[in-house]
Design a protein around this ligand. Sequence first.
Ligand SMILES: [Zn+2]
Ligand SMILES: [Zn+2]
Length: 342
Amino acid sequence: MHLSERKKRENIGLSVLLIASIFAIFLLFIWKLKDSSPNVFYILVAIGLLSCFSIYGIFTKKIREREAMKKKPFPEEWRKILERYVAFYRALSAEEKDRFETEIQVFLHETRITGIKTEVDDVTMVLAAASAEIPVFSFPDWEYENLGEILIYPGPFSKDFRMEGPDRTVTGMVGTGIMQGIMILSKPALIGGFENTNDKGNVGIHEFVHLLDSADGSYDGIPNMFLDKAYLAPWLEVMHKETERIKDGDSKMNPYGATNKIEFFAVASEYFFEHPDALKKEKPELYELLTKIFKQDTKHRLGSAVKNLINYTGNKVSRNAACPCGSGKKYKNCCLKNSRSY
Ligand SMILES: [Zn+2]
Ligand SMILES: [Zn+2]
């Protein structure tokens, strides 16, 4: 997901190009000093060159840190967690496992995981990262552009993020408004999704698939960034057909998938990643299309290259915002203290 040679080349190329242009403009400004006061001119050139080096360092920081993660050994404790909870990981080859682990290190290095009135333990951290990685494991270039923080709640919550009182039925969601791009996951649901492999459900994967769906700018159950145009009509058709089957009680899919197209895509994807063989047998057409979706490489985007230059790692709850736990305190003085990253 995070590591690709292309990204590295793009980052270096763009950095050099920008810095060279800035330096050229700087030279143009000080050029007249060359004859009148050559000492000052050469000092300024030296200062300019030094600044270029440090700007280059800043521009390439994010990608360099990712490279460093490749060399950093994966924590043995975390490997045990993956072996125990993540069927997807167990099925990978040794080489793929290696890449999966590095991706998790990068993800947790750039994403803040914050416990809201609950502790973020290693299991929570690793499973949150695994949920992010699984749907996009085949896309070396993919980035969850805006996501920079995951809030971990102690249990289910209400649609307005309450942790107490009635209507607490939500176990995961992606925020909008000031919570734009910030994901909330209930800790027991996240862990349960991996622990219980017979229910075809996984809230972590479900929420990350919503992010893939909305990457093209609209939540509609149609992942345009991933789905070749030729498959659009078959995709709409299979969504319709399978939704009808759920409604008729003639489907092994979680009935929540019949809510609308958005939920259908997320629920079908959970099934796909948790029980590919069962899905293939029960719904070969749906399985085929999901294979196309999750193997399709994403389109190249300049935006991501520029975000790398400024070391942007996604939206996070602002330090001075009111804490999501409802304490009335500023986030930095409250639950932000429970944040972890790698
Ligand atoms: Zn959903
Ligand atoms: Zn708080």
